[in-house]
Design a protein around this ligand. Sequence first.
Ligand code: NDP
Length: 448
Amino acid sequence: MSKLKNVYLQGVLETVKKRNPNEPEFQQAVTEVLESLEPVIEKHPEYQKAGIMDCLVEPERVIKFRVPWMDDAGKVHVNRGYRVQFNSAIGPYKGGLRLHPTVTESVIKFLGFEQIFKNSLTGLPIGGGKGGSDFDPKGKSDNEIMRFCQSFMTELQRHIGADTDVPAGDIGVGGREIGFMYGQYKKLRNEFVGVLTGKGLPYGGSLARTEATGYGLCYFVDEMIRAKGKSFKGATVVVSGSGNVAIYALQKVNQLGGTVVAMSDSAGYIYDPKGIKFDVIQRLKEVDRKRISEYAKLVPSAKYVDGCSGIWTVKCDIALPSATQNEIDKKAAETLVKNGCFAVGEGANMPSTPEAIDVFLSNGVLFGPAKAANAGGVATSALEMSQNSMRLSWTFEEVDAKLKNIMIGIYKNASEAAKKYGAEGNLVAGANIAGFLKVANAMLAYGI
Ligand code: NDP
């Protein structure tokens, strides 16, 4: 049940539900955004008159394709590939590619829709898109991954371009996969252009892109909690997941003086009251590509617990959910609050259910929503695009400093927008509103 009172927005949501009946994640993302835009729509009838919301919830283009590939034993497999080009009002479509068996059109549409607002919030000229496949990279050899990525790009290359649509990594897509995809793009198109971000350093990647989402998350949360006189110094932190976002959030929390006591993967979590060691995790996940349970075998003070949702029972001051969507439900949120958690920063996309967000907001937990808190990854991808266009490479320090400024700017814009539209302190509303306004005004300027 949505909380919408505005009749126009109720109608928009109803159409979304009718048109996309089996897409719960997409419906969830649209509902949240429409609810927080209600005061904006009431104040600015011009958006309704121009049908901006009706257009915004319908992707400009959905591309679905067959991805055949051969495993090491010579067996043929077929997966489904997607690219949703959601909105290009303020720049080329930009958003990651996800390789995970849970990928459906609904998941890609929810991610692409969220990406519109996130990208706008960065202040950089990038539109919203997302893509991926239901391919499961777990347990595949390097050659199998390569054959899949090449087949995926053989079709995708028709639809993307440095000024059209610039994909990046997401769950299951890191440096190795981007390398295989970029190699295939180059082979087919004979162009060395910035058509993908998250590239390796020798072929046009940006320093600090690997670290950007995790670092940016911590810069954002630091700004959010410092506004209330708190800091990471001495804080106990739980980070879910142990992928790209989680690993570099761990490193930045350590640098800011906090202690990460628990991390997870989809099978279970590790707990170490002495603090999880960055170099051990990084090697385990990025080099050896092993499960997180192995950490407890390497570090005697750590213990491994089966089942990933148990991580939210670990007592902490700050929680950084950085694994996947809907990983914190109402019960997990209540447990976090009961255990004294005072801040939550979403590293993953939509990791908290709407009921969980209600629990956080009604208990005064400082809450940094994904669109704002994890925008550092895409912001740094846009910095990679700039460097590619200029044929230049900035230093790590230059990129990191720009990232930090962008995250501080996002916090400021989201908190000011929340205040202006009567939702002071609610960064969910603030991020949606601030992200929306720039896109909506560009759409208004274009006419229909
Ligand atoms: P990775 O593939 O590097 O890591 C994902 C992590 O989450 C792994 O530890 C994985 O465990 C765990 N995970 C995945 N699916 C589930 C599940 N269904 N239940 C429990 N755990 C799960 O991905 P990223 O770190 O890149 O992405 C994590 C989140 O951050 C995603 O929501 C992504 O959209 C978001 N994000 C990523 C950005 C980036 O720059 N990479 C930018 C902005 C947002 P396992 O190995 O067992 O699957």
